[in-house]
Design a protein around this ligand. Structure first.
Ligand code: UTP
Length: 288
């Protein structure tokens, strides 16, 4: 079985739910406290042993490449002013032995289309996909590490899922789990609650085998008129078994305003220098 060494980060979406903030920057650059969403996802991938990071970008790509590039003027200033802690947090985000590549998605035709843009850089290997707007906080191994550990036992494509309220099913890909084991029996994108096969929703972490790539060409426009990753996975399931992983960790839907604010509050409360101020503010606000 080939190891999972490459990860794809689709960051070419329009981010319309965060306009006007996302007019000129990808939503993955929005910060939770002081770190952009994409950096949390990259750190999760690096912790899971990923060696090649592939960003599928749009015309707003510069913000993401700039973030992971060196910033010599800033580094020189911080060094001269003795701001070593700040210098440390902007350098070596990505270790030098890790390969970073950008591919452009010329048109935002959907998540499936975005993943297919990375095909030439993946080749004949299993790979990970991380959606940075799903921020996953875990006290133990990260979500991607949990998926990779499961993949290493089964050799099968593995998708992260979590329990959601039935009435929210039309915002997610939903799966039908097998009664024994961890096989996915069916998957459907954004079903109405009455059509949802279970309460298990797909979250933005996947390990996929390369047999998925030719299937993107067979997938037409699906939910929302977009080429959906879920539809390609449904085709892949006709060829090979796929597993789901109910990961341990808390997921924040940072593509939505409420989820983004929840993440901001929770991450801020974990910072000793912010905790008391934020708690005081929350208490004040509640009393107002
Ligand atoms: P979303 O549907 O959550 O993102 O896509 P969006 O379309 O940018 O956001 P809204 O709904 O307009 O606010 C999930 C992920 O897939 C990427 C997005 O960047 C996000 O990480 N994506 C989506 C692409 O890279 N290309 C696409 O064509 C569509």
């Amino acid at each position: 079985m080939k190891p999972v060494r490459k990860a794809v980060f689709p960051v070419a979406g329009l981010g319309t739910r965060f306009l006007p903030a996302t007019k000129s920057i990808p939503k993955e650059m929005l910060p939770i406290v002081d770190k952009p969403l994409i950096q949390y996802a990259v750190e999760e991938a690096l912790a899971a042993g990923i060696e090649t990071l592939i960003f599928v970008t749009s015309r707003k790509k510069h913000a993401i490449s700039d973030h992971f590039d060196r910033a010599f003027e800033l580094e020189t200033k911080l060094a001269a002013n003795g701001k070593d802690d700040l210098l440390e947090c902007i350098t070596n985000i990505i270790p030098t032995n890790v390969i970073r590549a950008d591919v452009t998605q010329l048109e935002t035709l959907g998540l499936g289309h975005a993943v297919n843009c990375a095909r030439g850089l993946i080749g004949d290997e299993p790979f990970a996909v991380l959606l940075a707007d799903d921020l996953i906080k875990s006290d133990g191994p990260g979500c991607l590490q949990q998926l990779i550990s499961q993949y290493e036992k089964s050799g099968r494509s593995t998708i992260a899922v979590q329990n959601i309220a039935t009435e929210d099913s039309d915002q997610y890909g939903m799966i039908e789990p097998s009664s024994i084991g961890r096989e996915v029996l069916s998957i459907i994108e954004k079903p109405k609650p009455a059509d949802a096969p279970s309460n298990l929703a797909v979250v933005g972490r996947y390990i996929l085998t390369p047999e998925i790539f030719p299937l993107f060409e067979q997938v037409g426009a699906g939910a929302g008129g977009e080429i959906q990753l879920t539809d390609a996975i449904a085709l892949l399931m006709q060829q090979q078994s796929i597993e789901y992983c109910e990961f341990t960790g808390r997921r924040y839907d940072c593509g939505s305003k409420a989820g983004f604010i929840e993440a901001t509050v929770d991450y801020a409360l974990e910072r000793p220098e912010l905790r008391d101020k934020i708690l005081l503010h929350i208490r004040d606000s509640l009393n107002r």
